[in-house]
Design a protein around this ligand. Structure first.
Ligand code: ADP
Length: 861
């Protein structure tokens, strides 16, 4: 047996091996140790291997899903080795001692789950494949629980941002590729071939050319090939549902890098969960599919004016009609998750219940369509969605006739095909029904014949039907001429058989067996009908989730008086009465009111420098404006009184010195790496929020860097930008930067207490109130007092020397420095050009090199 085990383990390629033995999946050796620790189950031992006991643990097959879920959550991948023949077949094949044949039937991995129990209903579960073809990176991603597949391209710099957007549970990449992403699973290089990818996609979707789906590049096809090859490997040749791939065009989306996503807490908060995230504050979807669509919308907001306007018009439509919205949401709430049911059916793991869900979902979709098509003034997006929800008439009709109202998840016991669908099946059922009635009559007759009132006819899995009497009445039935044959003696009862019972039971078994076969055949037929219609069903599911998202956005807007943003191609950003949806919700819980603030940026006033005390609301203000842009471009209403937003191409959010020690970089290093990315990528259409950048180092360094970063964003990137800082010295930048203005969050000291007003006002902050905040935080009075005297001394010294920023007034302009850089370069070039190299002595040549190097170093600084 161990030989078979080791052979399978070798095929399992680093996965834990679930080895089926009877009613258990067993794990051995290191697998057992690892699993026992994660699952908190007993580690035992079995037999010996090279003299050592073999560690073992096991989980019962019927409860395996729960254990699998925990292993997958803990980051494991699992190979399932099933018995692929019965013990009887094994005996026939190899005699009494033959080992039952086992095979790995599938791999269970985080990115390839379809089981309802293992998936979160409101979150997509993504698998991604990445590879490179001639310097271009291809990226394929899919959610196999619904079959959505997307192909795209990116460059090396934006790969991490793209992976962060997709948020895959599992990433595969070619073995040995130099840019393999962290934690990716490496697969054979041959899997990532564009020719093979193209062939697979064509055969999968039964088309001669992929043109109808889009114009795919080699890199996209190679990544698609890698993805399908991995799915094929994991399913052991059984491919899950895959819909025709869509192309994600790079410039159609609002670009956000990983740091920005994390800092804006879009789908997960800094604490790591959904609570406290943007989506938690926005999501009012009534279906899991809607919630997944919303998550996708928020992770990849649009950059396309007309697409955004279409979504907004649909939200507006539902916003204006609360009754329609309520009706629709009530229907959607009761709707089963067709997308995921379809995923299971196509993957070959569908149950009668899944078929029932698809039937009910499609029938309901049709009703929703009929109901909405009676409405007038439909916005264009709604008109586009309606036809997506029709066209399954024949399929629904067949499933309505074929299946009972609430089909079971378990297929093996039958009973899910409705009466009247198949006359032969009904006949078989009436045979077993008659026989069951005959058995009931038999029980009554035996009671009178034997005079034993406690006699019962029972059934169990081992004996089938049997007659049971209490032990004290058993003797008369034991005699040979009683008509009963003894089968089993229990503690208090004795069990018998009889000829008539045997006959009736035989009828039931036979008819039951035939009925099961007949039901199975119907199941297969219904399954193939669903599989054949899979693309259209998925389209319907998409339309329903878009309706849910739009109605949910309208609901959310109505709840807290959000407004429809006005989007344009300008570079204005005018948000009046803006609020932070998460902070506002948190404050509302404790009965506190959120103070709304305006943000008005345009060509002549692009950069706001925001000062004021800690805890004054600077970060909140910065983020709320970024979130409003994000929500608007995702096609939803926004928490503001009004919003006019010139399309943003890239959104950047940075917080100074955030703790990222987990990634092994010092906090200040992270701060600078992230800031460098902004300076190199932000454009005049971007929106940048910088929160206390420069905080992670000493005062002088920090101030100097903050100063230079503000200048660069202002002069070179020319992005719209909010910059929060506690360096008052930066206020002097207003003198040299035309499109920069000063703002602060207001605070007041009242009777020695600090009152934070959370209100934005124009002009520089008067002071930082650091000590007042410290007092507010409960720093003991003597310590605050002592700090106050230290501060006085420092400020006095500063005043005498002209302060921390003394001398900054004479700094040359940033623009001048950039110009000078160019001239210095040409200075070195000019010296070289002027030199007659042949006329130089070796010594002179060496001196020239020293001089040039000196000049170059001076230019660097
Ligand atoms: P800062 O960045 O200036 O240190 P924060 O933005 O972190 O300040 O805000 C600190 C706290 O003040 C928040 O957690 C919130 O409770 C409260 N706050 C911030 N902005 C507002 C506002 N506009 N209205 C009401 N409370 C606010």
């Amino acid at each position: 047996m161990m030989e078979q085990y080791h052979a399978l383990k070798a095929q399992a390629e680093g996965c834990l091996l679930f080895y089926r033995m009877g009613d258990f999946f067993e794990l051995f050796f290191d697998d057992a140790k690892q699993a026992a620790a994660i699952l908190d189950i007993a580690l035992t031992a079995r037999g010996k291997d090279s003299g050592e006991p073999v560690p073992m643990c096991g989980v019962p097959v019927h409860a395996a899903e729960g254990y699998l879920a925990r292993l997958i959550k803990a980051g494991c991948r699992v190979a399932i080795a099933e018995q692929v023949e019965t013990p009887e077949q094994a005996k026939k094949r190899g005699g009494y001692k033959a080992l039952v044949q086992r095979d790995i039937v599938r791999f269970v991995t985080a990115g390839t789950l379809t089981e309802e129990a293992l998936l979160e209903p409101r979150r997509a579960n993504m698998l991604a494949a990445v590879c490179e073809v001639r310097g271009i990176i291809g990226l394929a991603s899919c959610d196999i629980s619904t079959g959505q597949m997307v192909l795209e391209e990116c460059d090396a710099e934006s790969l991490n941002a793209a992976l962060a957007r997709i948020g895959a549970s599992e990433v595969v990449a070619p073995e040995g590729w130099e840019s393999v992403p962290e934690d990716a699973i490496e697969r054979p290089r041959a899997d990532f071939s564009s020719d093979e990818g193209e062939r697979l996609l064509k055969s999968l979707h039964e088309v001669k050319t992929l043109d109808a789906f889009g114009d795919f590049s080699r890199a996209m096809l190679a990544a698609g090939g890698g993805l399908i090859a991995y799915l094929d490997h994991v399913g052991r040749g059984n491919l899950p549902l895959l819909l025709p791939p869509r192309i994600r065009a790079g410039n159609a989306q609002l670009a956000m890098d990983e740091a920005t996503r994390a800092s804006l807490e879009i789908l997960v908060s800094q604490q790591g969960g959904r609570p406290g995230s943007l989506i938690a504050a926005v999501d009012r979807c009534v279906s899991g599919a809607g919630a997944r669509q919303l998550a996708d919308d928020l992770s990849s907001p649009l950059c396309d004016l007309s697409a955004i306007s279409q979504r907004l018009a649909l939200v507006d439509y539902f916003h204006r009609d609360p009754l329609l919205r309520a009706d629709l949401r009530e229907v959607l709430r009761a709707l089963p998750d067709i997308g995921r049911a379809l995923g299971r059916v196509v993957a070959g793991r569908g149950s009668p219940r899944d078929l029932g869900q698809i039937r009910d979902g499609l029938a309901e979709a049709r009703r929703i369509r009929d109901f909405l098509s009676q409405k007038t003034d439909r916005p264009p997006l709604l008109d586009a969605l309606l036809p997506m929800m029709a066209g399954h008439g024949a399929l629904v009709d067949m499933m309505q006739r074929a299946l009972i109202a609430a089909p079971p998840t378990e297929r093996s016991n039958g009973g899910y095909i409705a009466e009247g669908y198949d006359a032969a099946l009904d006949e078989l059922r009436s045979v077993s029904g008659n026989a069951r009635r005959a058995i009931a009559a038999l029980e009554a007759r035996y009671r009178t014949d034997t005079g034993i009132a406690a006699l019962k006819i029972k059934h169990n899995g081992v004996l089938g039907y049997f007659i049971e009497v209490p032990a004290k009445h058993a003797d008369p039935l034991m005699s040979a001429d009683s008509g009963f044959t003894h089968r089993q003696t229990m503690a208090g009862a004795v069990r018998f058989n009889s000829l008539s019972l045997h006959e009736e039971a035989g009828r039931i078994n036979e008819a039951g067996g035939h009925a099961l076969v007949a039901e199975d055949a119907h199941f297969e037929q219904l399954t193939s009908a669903v599989v054949a219609d899979r693309q259209a069903i998925a389209v319907t599911a998409d339309a329903l989730s878009r309706l849910d998202v739009s109605a949910g956005q309208a609901e959310r807007a109505a709840e807290s008086d959000w407004c429809r943003p006005e989007i344009s191609e300008s570079t204005t950003l005018e948000i009046l009465g803006g609020r932070h949806p998460v902070v506002e919700a948190a404050l509302a819980k404790s009965g506190d009111r959120f103070v709304a603030n305006d943000c008005i940026l345009d060509e002549s006033d692009r950069l706001w420098l925001i000062g004021g005390p800690n805890m004054g609301g600077k970060s909140t203000f910065l983020r709320q404006n970024a979130l409003i842009v994000l929500l608007a471009q995702a096609g939803g209403y926004v928490p503001a009184a009004s919003a006019r937003i010139g399309l943003v191409d890239r959104l950047f959010s940075r917080v100074g010195a955030s703790d990222n020690l987990a990634k092994g970089r010092s906090t200040f290093m992270v701060e600078m790496v992230e800031t460098a990315a902004i300076l190199s990528q932000a454009t005049d259409r971007s929106f940048v929020i910088l929160d206390e950048v420069g905080r992670g180092t000493s005062t002088y360094d920090g101030l100097a860097l903050a100063w230079a970063v503000v200048e660069a964003v202002h002069e070179t990137n020319r992005s719209r930008c909010l910059f929060a800082t506690h360096y008052h010295e930066l206020a002097r930048l207003a003198d040299s930067c035309d499109s920069l203005s000063l703002h602060h969050v207001r605070a007041r000291e009242w009777k020695g207490d600090l009152v934070l007003l959370h209100e934005l006002a124009e002009g520089p902050a008067d002071r930082s109130y650091g000590l007042a905040v410290a007092r507010l935080a409960g720093i003991p009075k003597p310590v605050v007092k002592r700090a106050k005297s230290v501060l006085d001394k420092l400020e006095k010294g500063r005043a005498e020397t002209g302060g921390l920023a003394a001398g900054l007034g004479d700094l040359p302009l940033f623009a001048a420095i950039i110009e000078q850089e160019g001239t210095q370069d040409t200075g070195i070039l000019a010296q070289l050009m002027e030199t007659d190299v042949d006329a130089l002595s070796p010594r002179e040549a060496l001196e020239l090199i020293y001089r040039l190097k000196q000049d170059a170093q001076a230019a660097e600084l």
